[in-house]
Structures are given as structure tokens and as C-alpha cells.
Design a protein around this ligand. Structure first.
Ligand code: SAH
Length: 219
């Protein structure tokens, strides 16, 4: 049996690796990645792999992103302590937990299209004590109008283009991280909205499961 300390040691080692590989540098993101127990966000069969830097299956053909991708997106988003955040693609809830560690006084709304995974994410988040994360079953390509505008938006599935609704629901001064490309390969894009103007920057290639929905890929 792996004890609490063994997981903690593995987590520290992974974080050290992410720092030395250049994926992590911001203190608040480092602290968040040290705090969130990734092994509590994956099915039992894979817990021994929890602290290797790779994606893992979470059921329904979906995956929890690799830690370096979570680190990279969290750093790019530059989350503040009171940020209101929208995530598209709850999956296991792990990325939302990392954001919740940073935005301790903020709110995180995370949208998932597969009800079974939404339940999984909700259970994991509750189990780890995150109370400012709300999991919603819906098509995230339409955003989540109810609580817009958002300070930060993160899309953790590969989109064919930036959904208009997400641009609209991003507040002024806001940032959005989104992988854009085809079903098999995407570029990680960071979007900033300043005085209504949209600035886009590319931050390298990545591979996410497809974003499926009205303004995404077809099923
Ligand atoms: N952020 C997750 C990993 C997400 S994997 C984590 O930390 O574990 C991508 C997720 O996006 C999958 O669970 C998939 O079902 C979901 N997804 C795909 N298209 C979606 C859509 N239109 N709306 C909401 N969720 C979507």
C-alpha cells in the first residue's frame, strides 16, 4: 500500500522535474501542484502511475491531462486569488482543483458533456475538500452564460476554432487558454481581451481529446 508520505514524495519529485524542464516557475502554481493529490483524481487501476508525467484514462474514452500540460496552462492563465474561472472539460476535476488552489477566494465553473465524468469530477473534488468548484453537465462550446463574464477561461479539449460564445463570455482584461487544431494535434493558444481587442499568441503543440459540441467537433 502506498502511504500518504510516499505519494507526497512522488509529487515533490514530479514538481521538481516540471521546474527543471521549464514548465513550472510561478510560486503559486508550484504550490498548487504540490498541494493537489493527483492520485485521488484517477481510477484505482492507475494510481501507481499518478505521478508520472503522462495523461491517464479516466473512463468514457477520456483522459486526465499530463501534469506538464496542467502546469503550462495554469502558468499561462496567470490566475489571481479571486479569479472567476470557466473550465470546459471537467474530466477528472484535477485541473479545476489546481486552479482552485490558486483562486482560493474565486469561483471555478467546470463544464463536462459526459454526465458520468461530471459525477466522477464532483466526487473527486468533494473528497479533496474543494468547495468553490461547481461541476455542470452541458455543452461547453456554448460557454456558460449564467455566470459570465469570466476572468479566465480554460478549454481542456481540442477545438477546431475558438467558440464565439467563449470570446463573448471572457471579461475585459481576461485571458483564455485553448488548444486549437484538428482531432489529433493542436496548438496551445493564449487569448487576451483588452479594451475589447483580442490578442492571440501560440505556445507550442499539444494533443488533447476532441472538444465535441455545437461549436466544436462532431461526435
Ligand atoms: N481537465 C480534465 C481533462 C479533460 S479531458 C482533467 O483535469 O482531468 C477533456 C474533457 O472534455 C473530457 O472529459 C470530455 O468529455 C470533455 N468535453 C469534450 N467536449 C466537451 C464539451 N463540448 N463540453 C464540455 N466538456 C467537453
Amino acid at each position: 500500500m502506498n502511504g500518504y508520505n510516499e505519494y507526497k514524495t512522488k509529487r515533490k519529485k514530479l514538481v521538481r522535474h516540471l521546474i527543471s524542464s521549464g514548465y513550472l516557475s510561478k510560486p503559486e502554481v508550484i504550490d498548487a501542484m504540490l498541494a493537489v493529490e493527483r492520485h485521488k483524481f484517477i481510477p484505482r487501476d492507475y494510481t501507481l502511475e499518478a505521478y508520472s508525467d503522462r495523461p491517464l484514462p479516466v473512463g468514457n474514452g477520456q483522459t486526465i491531462s499530463a501534469p506538464h500540460m496542467v502546469a503550462m496552462m495554469s502558468e499561462l492563465l496567470d490566475v489571481k486569488v479571486a479569479s472567476k474561472i470557466l473550465e470546459i472539460g471537467a474530466g477528472s476535476g484535477y485541473q479545476a482543483a489546481v486552479l482552485a488552489e490558486i483562486a482560493k477566494k474565486g469561483e471555478i465553473y467546470t463544464i463536462e458533456r459526459i454526465a458520468q465524468l461530471a459525477k466522477f469530477a464532483e466526487k473527486n473534488l468533494k473528497n479533496c475538500g474543494y468547495e468553490n468548484v461547481y461541476v455542470i453537465v452541458s455543452d461547453g462550446t456554448l460557454g456558460y452564460e449564467e455566470n459570465a463574464p469570466y476572468d479566465r477561461i480554460i478549454v481542456t479539449a481540442g477545438a477546431p476554432k475558438i467558440p464565439d460564445a467563449l470570446i463573448k463570455q471572457l471579461g475585459d482584461g481576461g485571458k483564455m487558454a485553448i488548444p486549437i487544431g484538428d482531432r489529433f494535434y493542436q496548438d496551445l493558444i493564449l487569448i487576451e481581451k483588452n479594451n475589447g481587442k483580442i490578442i492571440e499568441k501560440t505556445h507550442g503543440g499539444c494533443v488533447f481529446v476532441p472538444l465535441i459540441g455545437k461549436n466544436g467537433h462532431r461526435e
